[in-house]
Write a protein that binds this ligand. Structure first.
Ligand code: GLU
Length: 421
């Protein structure tokens, strides 16, 4: 990791500014989008297993809801900050608008390390946080989902707490206050692997356009959590091979290929990729310098700075993480002829299936896995093509094209509705 990471909110603002110029977004609307609508910070005490109380700081930022209820994940991580959540919330607005999903953007989180807590502490932290958020979330108002450090179980605790505290009169209608739930508690088939699946749809479209054979290709993945591990498993089915990966503890490589299923089992047992017997340990520098066809950053934001961009040796970067590339590093990738599929497109499979989960809950339906996967594939391909076409017509980067499509939709809604009063 670079010593000092830039502020992710500054990167989000740079991106907005750049794209707004290209698509001619009116200045008034750009200025509305430059700040979130609401920023909520809550401090709340939770009893630890040893009987002592600890104070936690939680956030929920609601960036924009012109196109629908605020939507976006909840992150549990020791580096969570207001500016990080603001950036992530704004990217959710653009991600949903890009796909023409009737949601706005939000994001939340708690600054702590979930690894240091027992399941029962995690449950109390989650329930107390949800209680503190109170009516600031809601099934037609603001709909959280999993993100880094959270999962289906945490979403179920949030749902259950919300149902019991805020709106028990219409308990079951409130099920869709969160998405990314477990299957038994109202989740959708295909949600857990959706982000990884969406990444692979982007890669197969890219490969098809270039007549590039994925069978025999190589890829590396930074981060082996939900997004990195699922993307690896699904991409491996095309015949491509994972040759390097890494997580919070360190990096590993094997030029002959790493079996992502076996690695997934190892990580589930040990908590990290480090020590996996089917690969050797490498440094972060070596990881970024590993020659591959495709690189998938699927960890945290701003991992690709200038040194990493200079070191990278690949044809394509697919942003599984949100905001992994610093604005100053992006031109270096372009100069080197490395294509980049931006986060709001590449990792959008998660929120697309969140939308399907929300719809299923609303209609009291359960779609089977094939139906979810078919719909996701169709939507990802359609949006990928739209971005590709926009970039070719306007001769701009895919990041700008994706943002411009989103901003055009948001801009149109504002210009039709006007700004109150
Ligand atoms: N946290 C995921 C993201 O960054 C999913 C959000 C959602 O499903 O609402 O896109």
């Amino acid at each position: 990791m670079s010593d000092q990471k830039p502020n992710p909110y500054k990167i989000a603002q740079d991106q907005l500014e750049g794209a707004a110029k290209i698509c001619g977004l009116p200045v008034a609307i750009a200025s509305i989008l430059s700040q979130p609508k609401n920023e909520l910070i809550v401090n709340f005490p939770v009893r630890m297993d040893n009987g002592e109380y600890k104070l936690f700081k939680g956030y929920r930022v609601q960036h924009n809801n012109i196109l629908g209820p605020y939507k976006g994940g909840i992150r549990y991580h020791e580096m969570v900050s207001l500016d990080e959540i603001k950036a992530l919330a704004s990217w959710m607005t653009y991600k949903c608008a890009l796909h023409d999903i009737p949601f706005g953007g939000g994001k939340g989180g708690i600054k702590f390390s979930p690894r240091d807590h027992s399941q029962s502490e995690l449950e109390r932290i989650t329930r107390r946080f949800t209680h503190a958020l109170g009516a600031n979330i809601g099934p037609e108002y603001d709909i959280p989902a999993p993100d880094v450090g959270t999962n289906g179980q945490i979403m179920v605790w949030m749902m259950d707490t919300y149902m019991n505290v805020v709106g028990f009169a219409d308990k079951n209608a409130n099920r869709r206050v969160v998405t990314g739930k477990t299957l038994a508690s109202g989740g959708s088939h295909g949600r857990e692997s959706a982000t990884g699946q969406g990444i692979v749809h982007c890669i197969t479209e890219w490969a098809r356009d270039r007549h590039f054979d994925l069978n025999g290709a190589t890829f590396s993945v930074q981060g082996f959590g939900n997004v990195g591990s699922n993307a690896s498993k699904i991409l491996a089915r095309t015949g491509a091979s994972l040759v390097a990966t890494g997580d919070w503890k360190g990096y590993i490589a094997n030029g002959d290929g790493i079996n992502p299923y076996k690695l997934g089992e190892y990580v589930a047992r040990t908590g990290s990729v480090m020590g996996y017997p089917g690969a050797r340990a490498i440094t972060r520098q070596e990881f970024f310098a590993t020659a591959v066809d495709i690189f998938i950053p699927a960890a945290l934001e701003l991992e690709i700075g200038i040194p990493e961009a200079k070191a990278l040796s690949c044809k394509l970067v697919v942003e599984g993480a949100n905001g992994p590339t610093d604005s100053v590093a992006e031109p270096i990738l372009a100069e080197k002829g490395i294509a980049l599929i931006p986060d709001i497109l590449a990792n959008s499979g998660g929120v697309v299936v969140s939308y399907y989960e929300w719809l299923q809950n609303k209609r009291s339906e359960r779609w089977d896995l094939e139906e979810v996967e078919e719909r996701l594939a169709k939507r990802m391909k359609r949006t990928y093509l739209a971005v590709n076409e926009y970039a070719a017509t306007k001769k701009c980067s895919w990041r700008n094209a994706a943002l411009c499509i989103a901003l055009d939709r948001i801009g149109k809604a504002y210009s039709e509705r006007g700004i109150f009063p």
